[in-house]
Design a protein around this ligand. Structure first.
Ligand code: PNS
Length: 175
């Protein structure tokens, strides 16, 4: 007898300020294992950072980057991640691991989330090596100083960064 098919939903949480090619890569890899991914944009990150983009702007950019992919949905959340995951009926949290330096923070969060909700699991995915040094905070800094970020973020994200820092969106390419 075949098992009843059920939809597998994963949460991919983060600040996404803004979404980078590294995030995009993790989401597309994650889609190989689940039916749907809810990209959960946090109102407040555990590592408090001064945001550049508002939550609606970040959601809009994620939607633009994944305009081709109906299995990806961006939602904001506040409060505990595990509560949001429960609401979404998702028992899987996806996080990207770029380097050993990410490990301690990620491991701590995964174990704490499991303590808060024993049914939840965290799946760590490694990005393509091209994105192993990439972070949204570096992208923000480079853009703010007039550097080129077209190698790190999708064209709509680059355009929005340029307009935040009042530069012309002349260039931009896919990886
Ligand atoms: O992209 P980030 O900033 O590393 O993402 C961190 C995030 C948003 C996943 C983490 O701060 C989080 O889950 N915040 C929600 C509040 C929460 O559940 N805190 C307890 C974490 S164990």
């Amino acid at each position: 007898m075949s098992a009843k098919p059920t939809s597998r939903v994963a949460i991919y949480p983060g600040s996404f300020d803004p979404i980078t090619y590294g995030h995009e890569d993790i989401i597309r890899r994650g889609l190989r294992f689940v039916d749907r991914i809810v990209v959960a944009v946090a109102q407040l990150s555990t590592q408090r950072k001064q945001p550049l983009f508002t939550i609606p702007e970040r959601l809009e950019l994620i939607a633009e980057v994944f305009a081709d992919e109906p299995r990806v949905e961006a939602r904001q959340f506040e409060g505990l991640l595990v509560d949001f995951a429960r609401e979404q009926n998702a028992k899987l949290i996806i996080r990207g691991l770029r380097a050993v330096s990410d490990f301690e923070y990620e491991f701590q969060m995964a174990l704490m989330n499991r303590q808060l909700w024993p049914e939840v699991e965290t799946l760590f995915l490694a990005p393509d090596v091209r994105w192993s040094f990439l972070s949204a905070s570096l992208v923000r800094e480079i853009a703010s100083l007039g550097g080129e970020v077209g190698d790190f973020v999708a064209p709509p994200v680059r355009a929005r960064l340029m307009s935040k820092f009042r530069r012309s969106p002349a260039r931009g390419r896919r990886p």
